[in-house]
Design a protein around this ligand. Structure first.
Ligand SMILES: NCc1[nH]cc(CCC(=O)O)c1CC(=O)O
Length: 310
């Protein structure tokens, strides 16, 4: 076969590259193709270039995907590899998320300079995170902490911690595992107190919706259970907002052939929280999660949401 290599688009961070190479390795195995049959194409995104502000201030999740989605639509790449967590719920016309890889650990971890665990941090210690969800959850546990925005890719954040810009930070264990860096984790956070962002820990593959060759390529990579869990979490997110301005957690945990679903919304200061827990059949999990989100909206009331945008 001398056809053009199959082009896999990705951001250029180390984590993104590891994820793209994982997809390439799985494609090679699924189709018995050599490495040369694939090309990993690095695309720089606006999200990678903005380092000093919260994503919520500069336009949210779309920043990590816009340029990559344009490359897909222009035909410069055949598929794109993303962290599902970074994907807005609205996928642009003409594109589709068609494969979700088996999910990594969904939990967050605390990494401290000297404190091993959140409870060990001294009063008023400075902790950095760019995630409104992590900030709000942390405020519930430790209202005394001085929370600041800490941005950049995983390596950059760990360097900032090492330099003493903050006493601690929170990251996804999935990313650390993929980078072989889980050793830096001080405390793995419990799912009850620290439910993950929708999509955390799951790599997804995006393609042009009408591209049958790409569909046939990636189909063997799709993990059905992870795919259904992600549809549920993203349906929950879509009802609630879907932007980065809002502290939202959602986790569909497989149990037998059902999901234990946990969804949570918080005010950014962490003082108010509403959560839902229910069992959902896998087949109708997305509709059930959307319904649960609508009930949470009604329960929380409009003054709760004023706090999200105020
Ligand atoms: N927003 C950055 C981002 N997107 C996905 C991950 C981790 C890997 C994953 O959730 O699959 C991270 C870093 C982090 O939150 O620690």
């Amino acid at each position: 076969m001398t056809s053009q290599p199959f082009r896999i688009g990705t951001r250029g961070s180390r984590l993104a590259l590891v994820q793209a190479h994982e997809v390439r390795a799985r494609l090679m195995a699924a189709h018995a193709l050599p490495e040369e049959a694939f090309e990993v194409v690095v695309i720089s995104t606006s999200g990678d270039r903005i380092q000093d502000r919260a994503l919520s201030e500069v336009g949210g999740k779309g920043l990590f995907t816009k340029e990559i989605e344009e490359a897909l639509l222009d035909g410069r790449i055949d598929v794109a590899v993303h962290s599902s967590k970074d994907m807005a719920t609205a996928v642009p016309d003409g594109l589709a998320l068609t494969a979700f890889l088996p999910r990594e650990d969904v939990r967050d971890v605390f990494i401290g300079r000297s404190a091993r665990a959140i409870a060990d941090l001294p009063h008023g210690a400075r902790v950095g995170s760019a995630s409104l969800r992590r900030q709000a959850l942390l405020r519930r546990l430790r209202p005394d902490l001085d929370l600041v925005i800490l941005r950049g890719n995983v390596q950059t954040r760990l360097q900032k911690l090492e330099r003493g810009e903050v006493e601690g930070t929170l990251l996804a264990l999935a990313g650390l595992n993929r980078l072989d860096a889980a050793g830096v984790a001080g405390e793995v956070l419990e799912l009850d107190a620290f439910p993950p962002a929708p999509g955390q820990g799951a790599i997804c593959v995006q393609q042009r919706a009408a591209d049958a060759r790409a569909a046939a390529m990636v189909a063997p990579l799709d993990h059905g259970e992870t795919h259904r869990a992600l549809l549920a979490e993203r349906a929950f997110l879509a009802v609630l907002d879907g932007s980065c301005r809002t502290p939202i957690a959602a986790h569909a945990r497989p149990e037998g052939d059902a999901f234990r679903f946990h969804g949570m919304i918080l005010t950014p200061d962490g003082t108010r929280m509403h959560e839902t827990r229910l069992e959902l059949g896998q087949a109708e999990a997305a509709e059930g999660a959307a319904e649960a989100a609508r009930r949470l909206v009604a329960e929380a009331g409009s003054d709760f949401f004023a706090g999200w945008f105020g």
